[in-house]
Design a protein around this ligand. Structure first.
Ligand code: NDP
Ligand code: MG
Ligand code: MG
Length: 341
């Protein structure tokens, strides 16, 4: 059984006694910063000149300073800029300004796991990785709950890095839900695998194929949208509550029988072999190199994929239908994604 941590296992005063710089104020950055502040932690935000997130942070009453200044002031530096910019940000702005013995905190292990960042030997290097999007990390905290977190220590220069990691995780609300002890390697490889094979890549492709199959056979796109996309959330909610078993218990016997007969026909053993190949590319660094090389070249491949995804007919149908569902409009307050950010 994995080692788990809860609120009682952590001492909030450890992080309350430090000066924290959160670098980046995006999905995770805003959630960590606001949750830390509301837990009584001294926080400043480091952003580059002309940052579009500056105003958002200042509207919350947070102090925003240039990255170099935030790093100079702090003895805990939290790196929550996008993974692909962290390497340059670290060598150019963070490392030259880092206090001796300052701790580095990551929200994902990518740059450490693939050696894009090589920390100094006097830094504690730790990870507190929420297992959910930043906007949910903030929403759950405000509602008195939390999103589960993974905790890891890559380098324990002070001998007290675990106390700091647990204290930090408690301050962002993660230990209300529970923290699991892991390593940078395990977090990075499983996170990439999960998002590529199941959660994002796998689910998106499954939905698109389902929608295409129905519409190409002449069924109405609106009906196909409900069957292949909208209802997925309702099914997944049941899985979260009680596993696949509860989902099968709740659906009709017809649906459950169809699940057994057709699930393995659609997702056949080749899919598992494909997943193993994806995992291998993650483990040997092939995926990381492809992502970073493309980003360094101005992200031509990434932009082309994004454009193609946005053109899929399911997006047009979905946009029209969601416009008619008032309860979804109420919930959809984080609309930055419309601009593709
Ligand atoms: P975002 O893309 O949301 O981060 C955007 C923020 O980073 C903005 O404030 C942006 O400022 C700033 N930024 C971008 N480029 C630079 C730069 N060159 N210098 C300084 N600041 C910059 O990131 P995420 O929150 O998605 O990811 C942050 C980390 O958290 C990653 O390691 C990721 O893997 C991890 N993570 C993310 C999750 C998520 O929910 N998104 C889930 C779990 C982990 P500007 O206005 O200047 O562009
Ligand atoms: Mg993930
Ligand atoms: Mg991820």
């Amino acid at each position: 059984m994995a080692e788990m941590f809860y609120d009682d296992d952590a001492d909030l005063s450890v992080i309350q006694g430090r000066k924290v710089a959160v670098i980046g104020y995006g999905s995770q950055g805003h959630a960590h910063a606001l949750n830390l502040r509301d837990s009584g932690v001294d926080v400043r935000i480091g952003l580059r000149d002309g940052s579009t997130s500056k105003e958002k942070a200042e509207n919350e009453g947070l102090r925003v300073v240039p990255v170099a200044d935030a790093v100079k002031e702090a003895d805990v530096v939290v790196i929550l800029a996008p993974d692909q910019v962290q390497r340059t940000l670290y060598t150019e702005e963070i490392e030259p300004n880092l206090q001796e013995g300052a701790a580095l905190v990551f929200g994902h292990g990518f740059n450490i796991r693939y050696d894009y960042i090589k920390p100094k030997s006097d830094s504690d290097v730790l990870m507190v990785a929420p297992k959910g999007p930043g906007h949910i990390v903030r929403r759950e905290y405000v509602d008195g709950r939390g999103v589960p977190v993974l905790l890891a220590v890559e380098q324990d220069a002070s001998g007290k890095a675990w106390d700091l990691a647990k204290s930090y995780a408690k301050a962002i609300g993660g230990l209300r839900a529970g923290g699991i002890k892991t390593t940078f390697t395990e977090e990075t490889e499983t996170d990439l695998f999960g998002e590529q094979s199941v959660l994002c890549g796998g689910a998106s492709q499954l939905i698109q194929y389902g929608f295409e199959t129905l519409t190409e056979a002449g069924y109405q796109p609106e009906v196909a949208y409900f069957e292949c996309l909208h209802e997925l959330k309702l099914i997944v909610d049941l899985m979260i509550e009680g596993g696949i078993a509860k989902q099968r218990w709740s659906i009709s016997d017809t649906a459950e029988y169809g699940d057994y007969v057709s699930g393995p026909r659609v997702i056949d053993p080749h899919v598992k072999e494909n997943m193993q190949a994806v995992l291998k590319d993650i483990q040997d660094g092939t995926f990381a190199k492809r992502f970073i090389d493309d980003q360094d070249a101005g992200a031509p491949e990434f932009k082309a994929f994004r454009e193609k995804g946005a053109q899929h007919p399911i997006e047009k149908t979905g946009k029209e239908l969601r416009g008619l569902m008032s309860w979804l409009k109420d919930n959809d307050t984080d609309t930055d994604y419309v601009e593709g950010s």
